[in-house]
Design a protein around this ligand. Sequence first.
Ligand code: AMP
Ligand code: GLY
Length: 430
Amino acid sequence: MDLLKILVIGSGGREHSICWKLAQSQLIDKIYCAPGNPGIAQEAKCEITSIAVLDFQAQVEFCEQKKISFVIVGPDNPLACGIVDYLQQNNIKVFGPNKQCAKLEWSKIYAKEFMMLNKIPTAKYLIGNGYNDALAKLKANPWLKVFKADGLCYGKGVYVANDNNDSSECINLLYQNALNKDNQAQIVMEEKLCGIEMSLFLLCDGKQAYPFYTSQDYKRRYDHDQGPNTGGMGAYSPHELYADWNQLIEKYIIKPINNNFHNAQFDYIGILYVGIMLVKDSTKNELIPYVLEFNARFGDPETQAMLPLLNSDLAYLCLNAINGNLNQNMITWSNAKSIAVVTVLNQYPNPTQPSIITNMPEETNNFKLFQAGTVRQNDQLIAQSGRVIAAVAFDYDYTQAYHIVYNKIKEIKYNNIDYRKDIALHLVQS
Ligand code: AMP
Ligand code: GLY
């Protein structure tokens, strides 16, 4: 077989970790990333190209010109806009779900209907058909505490009522901020579940979903889960409870998903990310994994935490997923544990002045940096926006990984750097 040439779409830390992992594959000759970032440009076999993630026609032309073997799509937005359908119509192979399958992410209402149809445990809900209807339904149903915009909102589409924030205020905020005052927009309104969260990643080949791996991400901006939701401030992998819960997750979540795949010709290819809450059901006195959401892609920063632990060849897995030939034995992991900590500019999630990065720690065989919100200008690396760098340590246990990552991250130097200090802290032994 000729060596593979791959095009990765995206520019974040997730795409950096995908490119880095692909570069280790013996099957691969060349990795292009559009538009990529300065960190990706430095990886072996990698080259960045300035094609935008939504410029599908330019991507097709690039694939034809470079004889790309297949494309891997990182972010949600091009998936929701039909990148997979477009590339496939042009005879280009893609690792990622088509627009209809990706609807599990881009419509929360569709995701809820999918769960109801397939009897997958999920929070009780009602649909708000516009602002006035949402408020009226809330009045009649005071148990509604969680409010979600139907479409993609880049991490800003969910409001959960708490002590400082009552339900009607959540509805106001959702319509004002995430929905740009579109008072006709539909929303999902849910009961609030309490439990432990877990991110489960399934690898799908159009016929079946196979457990890939697990992680825990930290969505809140500040330590001890304070402050606003963000794209993700850190993650560790694997999730420490998966071994205890995998049979229940198989029974309540993976089996029904696979029944749907078989019965409904749901030819999902790529990663299906399942956001789970492990809940103690008081009425049944049973522990049940509930699905909070689906995403049609790898998580960010969960991917940066997971991929350093993957023993299998990522290119081989993607190729077999595209060709409908996966099996569980192909997916193997090291026993190590990893922790990813994301650095930001301190005003994040609000924008701040960019700042020059004056020092980066050395990478080792158990420590890696994945760049996201960086740009290179006149030979200087700049912390430009949002999440800047994911520092990832992987070692034989969480304690060791924690000490490595927090010792090394101190060496990253730019003005107004900030990061959470408590990623995986509960797993650290003193
Ligand atoms: P989602 O984008 O649906 O995962 O929601 C973002 C975050 O909101 C989740 O990671 C949870 O922390 C929280 N969340 C979502 N749905 C619920 C729910 N029904 N009950 C409690 N928390 C929730
Ligand atoms: N870490 C959350 C996400 O990727 O959506």
